[in-house]
Design a protein around this ligand. Structure first.
Ligand code: UDP
Length: 342
Protein backbone atom coordinates (compact mmCIF):
# COMPACT_ATOMS: atom_id res chain seq x y z
CA UNK A 1 0.00 0.00 0.00
CA UNK A 2 1.35 3.43 -0.94
CA UNK A 3 0.30 6.55 0.91
CA UNK A 4 0.07 9.78 -1.05
CA UNK A 5 1.20 12.74 1.05
CA UNK A 6 0.29 16.11 -0.42
CA UNK A 7 2.48 18.91 0.86
CA UNK A 8 5.09 16.36 1.94
CA UNK A 9 7.89 18.89 1.39
CA UNK A 10 6.34 21.25 3.91
CA UNK A 11 6.94 21.58 7.63
CA UNK A 12 4.39 19.13 9.04
CA UNK A 13 4.18 17.00 5.89
CA UNK A 14 7.91 16.24 5.83
CA UNK A 15 7.92 15.16 9.49
CA UNK A 16 4.94 12.91 8.76
CA UNK A 17 6.66 11.35 5.73
CA UNK A 18 9.62 10.49 7.96
CA UNK A 19 7.33 8.80 10.50
CA UNK A 20 5.44 6.90 7.80
CA UNK A 21 8.69 5.58 6.33
CA UNK A 22 9.91 4.60 9.81
CA UNK A 23 6.65 2.67 10.24
CA UNK A 24 7.40 0.72 7.05
CA UNK A 25 4.93 2.47 4.73
CA UNK A 26 5.58 3.23 1.08
CA UNK A 27 5.20 6.97 0.54
CA UNK A 28 4.65 9.14 -2.51
CA UNK A 29 4.91 12.91 -2.05
CA UNK A 30 3.37 15.61 -4.21
CA UNK A 31 4.24 19.24 -3.55
CA UNK A 32 4.29 22.34 -5.75
CA UNK A 33 7.36 23.57 -3.80
CA UNK A 34 5.84 27.04 -3.54
CA UNK A 35 6.60 26.94 0.17
CA UNK A 36 8.02 23.48 0.75
CA UNK A 37 11.61 22.29 0.41
CA UNK A 38 12.70 19.44 -1.81
CA UNK A 39 15.53 18.83 0.68
CA UNK A 40 12.97 18.06 3.38
CA UNK A 41 11.61 15.02 1.53
CA UNK A 42 13.42 11.83 2.53
CA UNK A 43 14.99 10.07 -0.46
CA UNK A 44 13.04 6.85 0.21
CA UNK A 45 9.81 8.61 -0.78
CA UNK A 46 8.93 9.09 -4.45
CA UNK A 47 8.38 12.75 -5.33
CA UNK A 48 6.33 14.60 -7.95
CA UNK A 49 6.32 18.38 -8.24
CA UNK A 50 2.63 18.99 -8.81
CA UNK A 51 0.03 21.56 -7.87
CA UNK A 52 -3.30 20.47 -6.42
CA UNK A 53 -5.05 22.11 -9.38
CA UNK A 54 -3.47 19.62 -11.82
CA UNK A 55 -6.27 17.07 -11.61
CA UNK A 56 -5.24 14.93 -14.59
CA UNK A 57 -1.63 14.68 -13.40
CA UNK A 58 -2.88 13.77 -9.92
CA UNK A 59 -4.91 10.96 -11.46
CA UNK A 60 -1.82 9.71 -13.32
CA UNK A 61 0.18 9.66 -10.08
CA UNK A 62 -2.57 7.95 -8.11
CA UNK A 63 -2.84 5.21 -10.74
CA UNK A 64 0.86 4.73 -11.51
CA UNK A 65 1.90 4.76 -7.85
CA UNK A 66 -1.01 2.51 -6.77
CA UNK A 67 -2.13 4.95 -4.11
CA UNK A 68 -4.48 3.53 -1.50
CA UNK A 69 -4.89 6.39 0.95
CA UNK A 70 -4.14 10.11 1.01
CA UNK A 71 -2.84 12.39 3.75
CA UNK A 72 -3.57 15.92 2.64
CA UNK A 73 -1.34 18.64 4.09
CA UNK A 74 -0.81 20.93 1.08
CA UNK A 75 -2.26 24.32 1.98
CA UNK A 76 -1.54 27.95 2.58
CA UNK A 77 -1.68 28.47 6.32
CA UNK A 78 -1.06 32.07 7.42
CA UNK A 79 -3.98 33.71 9.17
CA UNK A 80 -2.75 37.26 8.52
CA UNK A 81 -1.97 36.64 4.85
CA UNK A 82 -5.43 35.13 4.35
CA UNK A 83 -7.03 38.32 5.65
CA UNK A 84 -4.87 40.51 3.38
CA UNK A 85 -5.31 38.33 0.28
CA UNK A 86 -8.09 35.75 0.59
CA UNK A 87 -8.36 34.50 -3.00
CA UNK A 88 -5.20 32.34 -3.01
CA UNK A 89 -6.52 30.70 0.17
CA UNK A 90 -9.78 29.73 -1.48
CA UNK A 91 -8.00 28.76 -4.73
CA UNK A 92 -5.36 26.60 -3.10
CA UNK A 93 -7.03 25.29 0.03
CA UNK A 94 -10.64 24.96 -1.11
CA UNK A 95 -10.56 24.58 -4.91
CA UNK A 96 -7.25 22.69 -4.72
CA UNK A 97 -8.75 20.14 -2.33
CA UNK A 98 -11.78 19.77 -4.61
CA UNK A 99 -9.40 18.93 -7.46
CA UNK A 100 -7.65 16.37 -5.23
CA UNK A 101 -10.98 14.79 -4.25
CA UNK A 102 -12.05 14.61 -7.90
CA UNK A 103 -8.76 12.93 -8.79
CA UNK A 104 -9.26 10.48 -5.93
CA UNK A 105 -12.76 9.65 -7.10
CA UNK A 106 -11.62 9.04 -10.68
CA UNK A 107 -8.73 6.88 -9.44
CA UNK A 108 -10.93 4.95 -6.99
CA UNK A 109 -8.92 6.19 -4.02
CA UNK A 110 -11.50 6.71 -1.32
CA UNK A 111 -9.81 7.39 2.02
CA UNK A 112 -8.20 10.59 3.20
CA UNK A 113 -6.79 12.18 6.34
CA UNK A 114 -7.36 15.92 6.09
CA UNK A 115 -5.48 18.73 7.86
CA UNK A 116 -8.07 21.06 9.29
CA UNK A 117 -7.55 23.78 11.85
CA UNK A 118 -8.65 25.33 15.11
CA UNK A 119 -9.22 28.46 13.00
CA UNK A 120 -12.55 26.89 11.98
CA UNK A 121 -13.81 27.64 15.53
CA UNK A 122 -13.35 31.40 15.27
CA UNK A 123 -13.65 32.90 18.74
CA UNK A 124 -14.70 29.89 20.83
CA UNK A 125 -17.40 30.31 23.46
CA UNK A 126 -15.72 27.90 25.86
CA UNK A 127 -12.11 26.88 26.47
CA UNK A 128 -10.82 24.23 25.99
CA UNK A 129 -12.55 23.80 22.64
CA UNK A 130 -14.29 20.48 22.00
CA UNK A 131 -15.16 19.10 18.58
CA UNK A 132 -18.81 19.99 19.23
CA UNK A 133 -18.03 23.69 19.73
CA UNK A 134 -19.65 26.01 17.19
CA UNK A 135 -17.58 26.64 14.07
CA UNK A 136 -17.64 30.23 12.95
CA UNK A 137 -14.29 31.29 11.46
CA UNK A 138 -13.06 34.87 11.73
CA UNK A 139 -10.54 34.69 8.89
CA UNK A 140 -10.48 33.34 5.30
CA UNK A 141 -7.94 30.66 6.25
CA UNK A 142 -10.47 29.15 8.67
CA UNK A 143 -13.28 29.40 6.10
CA UNK A 144 -11.14 27.82 3.37
CA UNK A 145 -10.75 24.74 5.61
CA UNK A 146 -14.31 24.70 6.97
CA UNK A 147 -15.71 24.53 3.44
CA UNK A 148 -13.68 21.36 2.91
CA UNK A 149 -14.92 19.89 6.18
CA UNK A 150 -18.45 20.25 4.77
CA UNK A 151 -17.48 18.79 1.39
CA UNK A 152 -15.84 15.78 3.06
CA UNK A 153 -18.92 15.24 5.21
CA UNK A 154 -21.12 15.32 2.09
CA UNK A 155 -18.83 12.88 0.25
CA UNK A 156 -18.91 10.42 3.16
CA UNK A 157 -22.69 10.69 3.15
CA UNK A 158 -23.09 10.10 -0.57
CA UNK A 159 -20.24 7.83 -1.71
CA UNK A 160 -20.38 4.38 -0.05
CA UNK A 161 -16.62 3.70 -0.02
CA UNK A 162 -15.53 7.20 0.93
CA UNK A 163 -14.07 7.73 4.38
CA UNK A 164 -12.19 10.59 5.99
CA UNK A 165 -10.73 11.74 9.26
CA UNK A 166 -10.18 15.46 9.73
CA UNK A 167 -7.61 16.65 12.26
CA UNK A 168 -8.09 20.15 13.61
CA UNK A 169 -4.60 21.35 14.45
CA UNK A 170 -3.81 23.83 17.15
CA UNK A 171 -0.37 25.53 17.06
CA UNK A 172 2.14 23.07 15.67
CA UNK A 173 5.71 23.80 16.75
CA UNK A 174 9.14 22.28 17.31
CA UNK A 175 11.42 20.21 15.07
CA UNK A 176 12.35 16.54 14.74
CA UNK A 177 13.85 15.30 18.00
CA UNK A 178 16.62 13.52 16.04
CA UNK A 179 17.58 16.85 14.45
CA UNK A 180 16.96 15.69 10.88
CA UNK A 181 14.04 17.95 9.93
CA UNK A 182 13.03 21.45 10.82
CA UNK A 183 10.81 24.44 10.25
CA UNK A 184 11.71 26.77 7.39
CA UNK A 185 9.01 29.13 6.16
CA UNK A 186 9.34 31.99 3.74
CA UNK A 187 7.94 34.39 4.68
CA UNK A 188 8.29 33.47 8.35
CA UNK A 189 5.39 34.72 10.42
CA UNK A 190 5.17 32.17 13.23
CA UNK A 191 5.94 33.16 16.77
CA UNK A 192 8.45 30.49 17.85
CA UNK A 193 10.61 30.73 14.68
CA UNK A 194 10.57 34.52 15.01
CA UNK A 195 11.76 34.23 18.61
CA UNK A 196 14.53 31.81 17.60
CA UNK A 197 15.60 33.98 14.65
CA UNK A 198 15.85 36.87 17.10
CA UNK A 199 17.96 34.72 19.45
CA UNK A 200 20.22 33.94 16.47
CA UNK A 201 20.55 37.66 15.71
CA UNK A 202 18.82 37.31 12.33
CA UNK A 203 16.27 39.92 13.38
CA UNK A 204 16.53 42.66 15.96
CA UNK A 205 13.35 41.92 17.94
CA UNK A 206 10.07 40.06 18.09
CA UNK A 207 6.98 42.09 17.34
CA UNK A 208 4.14 41.28 19.71
CA UNK A 209 0.94 41.58 17.77
CA UNK A 210 -1.41 43.03 20.36
CA UNK A 211 -1.18 43.38 24.15
CA UNK A 212 -4.75 44.50 24.74
CA UNK A 213 -6.44 41.10 24.54
CA UNK A 214 -8.68 39.95 27.44
CA UNK A 215 -5.97 37.64 28.86
CA UNK A 216 -3.84 37.87 32.02
CA UNK A 217 -0.89 39.58 30.29
CA UNK A 218 -2.86 41.04 27.38
CA UNK A 219 -1.28 38.81 24.71
CA UNK A 220 -2.91 35.94 22.81
CA UNK A 221 -2.95 32.45 24.27
CA UNK A 222 -2.31 29.44 22.06
CA UNK A 223 -1.99 25.68 22.48
CA UNK A 224 1.45 24.63 21.16
CA UNK A 225 1.84 21.00 20.12
CA UNK A 226 5.03 19.25 19.01
CA UNK A 227 5.18 18.45 15.30
CA UNK A 228 6.02 14.80 15.96
CA UNK A 229 2.96 14.41 18.18
CA UNK A 230 0.71 15.79 15.46
CA UNK A 231 2.31 13.36 13.00
CA UNK A 232 1.59 10.51 15.40
CA UNK A 233 -2.07 11.54 15.27
CA UNK A 234 -1.94 11.19 11.46
CA UNK A 235 -0.54 7.67 11.66
CA UNK A 236 -3.30 6.67 14.09
CA UNK A 237 -5.93 8.32 11.87
CA UNK A 238 -4.57 6.52 8.81
CA UNK A 239 -5.04 3.17 10.54
CA UNK A 240 -8.51 4.13 11.74
CA UNK A 241 -9.78 5.07 8.25
CA UNK A 242 -12.62 2.92 7.02
CA UNK A 243 -15.28 3.40 4.34
CA UNK A 244 -17.82 5.85 5.74
CA UNK A 245 -15.38 7.09 8.42
CA UNK A 246 -16.58 10.59 9.08
CA UNK A 247 -14.87 12.08 12.09
CA UNK A 248 -13.07 15.20 13.24
CA UNK A 249 -10.57 15.38 16.07
CA UNK A 250 -8.87 18.27 17.82
CA UNK A 251 -5.13 17.81 18.12
CA UNK A 252 -3.61 20.00 20.81
CA UNK A 253 -2.35 19.61 24.37
CA UNK A 254 -5.12 21.46 26.25
CA UNK A 255 -2.40 23.83 27.44
CA UNK A 256 -2.34 27.55 26.95
CA UNK A 257 0.69 29.82 26.67
CA UNK A 258 0.63 33.54 26.00
CA UNK A 259 2.89 35.22 23.47
CA UNK A 260 4.92 36.62 26.38
CA UNK A 261 5.20 33.12 27.92
CA UNK A 262 6.68 31.90 24.63
CA UNK A 263 9.17 34.77 24.48
CA UNK A 264 10.29 34.15 28.09
CA UNK A 265 10.59 30.38 27.60
CA UNK A 266 12.65 30.97 24.45
CA UNK A 267 14.95 33.26 26.44
CA UNK A 268 15.42 30.48 29.02
CA UNK A 269 16.05 27.78 26.40
CA UNK A 270 18.49 29.83 24.32
CA UNK A 271 20.11 31.76 27.15
CA UNK A 272 19.80 34.90 25.00
CA UNK A 273 17.79 38.07 25.44
CA UNK A 274 14.88 38.51 23.04
CA UNK A 275 13.93 42.18 22.67
CA UNK A 276 10.25 42.80 22.02
CA UNK A 277 8.21 45.59 20.47
CA UNK A 278 4.47 45.96 20.71
CA UNK A 279 2.29 46.52 17.69
CA UNK A 280 -1.43 46.51 16.98
CA UNK A 281 -3.40 43.28 16.85
CA UNK A 282 -3.15 41.13 13.73
CA UNK A 283 -6.58 40.93 12.07
CA UNK A 284 -8.10 37.46 12.28
CA UNK A 285 -6.45 36.44 15.59
CA UNK A 286 -8.78 35.09 18.31
CA UNK A 287 -7.65 35.92 21.88
CA UNK A 288 -7.49 32.36 23.27
CA UNK A 289 -7.34 28.92 21.64
CA UNK A 290 -6.73 25.63 23.38
CA UNK A 291 -7.97 22.16 22.57
CA UNK A 292 -9.72 19.42 24.41
CA UNK A 293 -7.98 16.31 23.04
CA UNK A 294 -10.14 13.95 25.04
CA UNK A 295 -11.86 12.55 21.91
CA UNK A 296 -8.72 11.57 19.96
CA UNK A 297 -7.14 10.13 23.11
CA UNK A 298 -10.24 8.04 23.85
CA UNK A 299 -11.06 6.91 20.31
CA UNK A 300 -7.62 6.59 18.66
CA UNK A 301 -5.38 6.16 21.71
CA UNK A 302 -3.37 9.31 20.90
CA UNK A 303 -0.91 10.18 23.63
CA UNK A 304 1.45 13.13 23.10
CA UNK A 305 5.09 12.58 24.07
CA UNK A 306 6.51 16.11 24.11
CA UNK A 307 4.25 17.99 26.41
CA UNK A 308 6.32 20.84 27.82
CA UNK A 309 6.75 24.14 26.02
CA UNK A 310 10.43 24.07 27.00
CA UNK A 311 10.94 20.71 25.30
CA UNK A 312 9.11 21.88 22.17
CA UNK A 313 11.23 25.03 21.90
CA UNK A 314 14.45 23.09 22.70
CA UNK A 315 13.82 20.78 19.74
CA UNK A 316 13.37 23.79 17.46
CA UNK A 317 16.42 25.62 18.87
CA UNK A 318 18.53 22.54 18.20
CA UNK A 319 17.60 22.65 14.49
CA UNK A 320 17.71 26.44 14.12
CA UNK A 321 21.22 26.63 15.56
CA UNK A 322 22.46 24.01 13.11
CA UNK A 323 20.50 25.45 10.17
CA UNK A 324 20.64 29.24 10.52
CA UNK A 325 19.64 29.55 6.85
CA UNK A 326 17.01 26.82 7.02
CA UNK A 327 17.27 24.11 4.39
CA UNK A 328 19.73 26.31 2.46
CA UNK A 329 22.23 25.73 5.25
CA UNK A 330 25.12 23.41 4.58
CA UNK A 331 24.57 20.23 6.58
CA UNK A 332 23.01 16.79 6.65
CA UNK A 333 19.49 18.03 5.89
CA UNK A 334 20.50 19.25 2.44
CA UNK A 335 21.76 15.87 1.27
CA UNK A 336 18.37 14.15 1.01
CA UNK A 337 17.56 16.19 -2.12
CA UNK A 338 20.18 14.40 -4.15
CA UNK A 339 18.27 11.23 -4.93
CA UNK A 340 14.78 9.91 -5.36
CA UNK A 341 13.54 12.54 -7.82
CA UNK A 342 10.75 11.41 -10.09
N1 UDP B 1 2.53 36.47 17.12
C1 UDP B 1 3.20 37.60 17.56
N2 UDP B 1 4.35 37.95 16.92
C2 UDP B 1 4.87 37.26 15.88
C3 UDP B 1 4.18 36.10 15.43
C4 UDP B 1 3.02 35.75 16.08
O1 UDP B 1 2.78 38.25 18.49
O2 UDP B 1 5.91 37.63 15.35
C5 UDP B 1 1.31 36.04 17.80
C6 UDP B 1 0.09 35.89 16.91
O3 UDP B 1 -0.62 37.11 16.85
C7 UDP B 1 -0.68 34.79 17.63
C8 UDP B 1 0.41 33.92 18.25
O4 UDP B 1 1.58 34.74 18.29
O5 UDP B 1 -1.44 35.33 18.67
C9 UDP B 1 0.72 32.69 17.45
O6 UDP B 1 0.89 33.08 16.09
P1 UDP B 1 1.51 32.14 14.99
O7 UDP B 1 1.62 32.96 13.74
O8 UDP B 1 2.74 31.49 15.50
O9 UDP B 1 0.43 30.98 14.79
P2 UDP B 1 -1.14 31.06 14.44
O10 UDP B 1 -1.84 31.17 15.76
O11 UDP B 1 -1.37 32.23 13.54
O12 UDP B 1 -1.39 29.76 13.76
Amino acid sequence: MTILVTGGAGYIGSHCVQQLLAAGQKVCVIDNLSRGHRAAVPSQASFFQLDLSETDELIDVMKSQRIEKVIHFAALAYVGESVENPLPYYANNTAGTLSLLQAMRQSRVSQIVFSSTCATYGIPETIPVTEESAQSPINPYGWSKLFIEQILTDCAHSYPNFGFIGLRYFNVAGCAINGSLGEDHSPETHLIPNCLNTALGKQSHVTILGNDYPTADGTCIRDYIHVEDICQAHLLALNALTPQANRFYNVGLSSGFSVLDVVQTTEQVTGRAIPIEYQARRPGDPPVLSASHEKITRELGWSPRHTSLTEIIESAWNWFQKHPDGYQSKGPAASSSESGEN
